[in-house]
Design a protein around this ligand. Structure first.
Ligand SMILES: Nc1ncnc2c1ncn2[C@@H]1O[C@H](COP(=O)(O)OP(=O)(O)OP(=O)(O)O)[C@@H](O)[C@H]1O
Ligand SMILES: [Mg+2]
Length: 363
């Protein structure tokens, strides 16, 4: 998890690959990977949509890695279709205005569907490790809060009447719905009443199912078997967002396993004094005298690297200070960016070594 563009998807793929290569059964659940990364995992193109698990061909053939691409538009439909009794019922649900309003209220259809899909995966129990890549921080919180939103919806007194529950609830539902529809019919006209009737008959069971799933999902996230790796860049605003996000995760009851400063700029080291270098070069080549501008770019590049290195150190120091009890790991900026299986595997090994290394002084 973490702010936008910091390397969440890359690190999720890397962690999953490296763990699978060590012999575990792993699935990486990923959201909007770059084209090249999706290609490396073999989940690009039309086949990769709508919540189907694909198995990834590992370079050395060892281990088993699955990948699941949560496509923002298709996955919600898939979950609705999986929950509906018939294809017509599913289409009716997706088009129902009350359902559309409800899913908006639930705050992000994708986050919600992703939660439901993940919970199914978790309960199938076919994997030793599930690596979840999330959308940027703000949306990730919506994702975590989805179960409580359903609860709020269900605990709402009006919704209780509509959804019913048990025998008494069922009687209430019949009564309440009939009265409600008569009133609403006078107020809003026939179409609304028809949608409401559809909602009542088709969606109530499904929302309750979501609700049960959501509660179990929340428990799983808060259990010791789950933890978050929060990724940041060295930029001040990214570190700030990461700190707030990690706090929010903890309030939510999710264990933060580590923070990760990604794309750290290494120390460029000292550079020979400019005047000294000029003197040295000019003594060898007298023609250089009076034309020293060709060195400008090198000194400028060095200055920028040193500055970026300083920012990386600041980011690390701020996280250490703010979360003294949380491991703070780091990965250097790699060139080229890690986008093929080999590079991702190497990155994943570096990440696991730091995550699983001695707690003191993780470098
Ligand atoms: N350590 C690294 N060195 C160099 N490039 C990197 C590194 N980590 C990630 N990148 C590159 O940075 C870009 C963003 O990475 P990625 O897509 O993983 O970020 P993200 O956090 O998932 O973004 P979003 O918030 O948009 O989902 C990609 O081009 C990726 O290849
Ligand atoms: Mg991403």
């Amino acid at each position: 998890m973490g702010p936008g563009g910091v390397g969440k998807t890359t690190c999720a793929a890397a962690l999953a690959l490296a763990k699978a290569a060590r012999g575990s059964r792993v699935v990486v659940v990923t959201i909007d990977p770059s084209y090249r990364l999706a290609q490396a995992l073999g989940i690009e193109g039309e086949g990769g949509v709508s919540g189907a698990v694909r198995s990834v061909q590992l370079p050395d053939g060892g281990g088993a890695l699955d990948a699941l691409l949560l496509d923002s538009s298709a996955v919600f439909d898939a979950v609705v279709r999986a929950g509906a009794k018939t294809e017509q019922a599913a289409s009716a649900m997706l088009e129902n205005s009350i359902y559309q309003a409800t899913s908006r209220y639930l705050g992000g259809a994708l986050e919600y569907a992703a939660m439901a899909r993940l919970q199914m995966l978790y309960e199938e129990g076919a994997h030793d490790l599930i690596v979840l890549d999330t959308p940027p921080a703000a949306n990730a919180l919506e994702f975590l809060e989805a179960p409580s939103r359903v609860r709020a919806l269900i605990d709402n007194p009006a919704a209780k009447v509509v959804l019913g529950g048990g025998r008494v609830g069922g009687r209430l539902l019949g009564l309440g719905a009939a009265t409600l529809m008569k009133v609403l019919g006078r107020m809003g006209g026939g179409e609304f009443v028809r949608d409401l009737a559809g909602f009542l008959s088709e969606f109530s069971g499904m929302i309750e199912d979501f609700h049960r799933r959501g509660a179990r999902f929340e428990r799983a996230l808060q259990s010791p078997s789950s933890s978050a790796l929060v990724v940041t860049s060295s930029a001040t605003f990214s570190v700030q967002e990461t700190i707030e996000f990690a706090d929010a995760l903890r309030r939510f009851g999710v264990q933060v396993r580590a923070t990760l400063v990604n794309r750290v700029t290494p120390d460029p080291g000292p550079l020979i004094d400019r005047a000294e270098l000029e003197a040295m070069l000019s003594s060898r080549d007298p023609a250089r005298v009076g034309a020293p501008d060709d060195l400008e770019w090198a000194y400028e590049a060095h200055r920028q690297s040193a500055e970026a290195h300083g920012r990386s150190l600041d980011a690390i120091a701020r996280l250490d200070e703010r979360f003294p009890d949380v491991k703070n790991i780091r990965v250097e900026r790699r060139d080229p960016a890690p986008e093929d299986l080999g590079a991702l595997l190497a990155l994943g090994r570096v990440l696991w070594d730091q995550l699983e290394g001695a707690d003191e002084g993780a470098q």
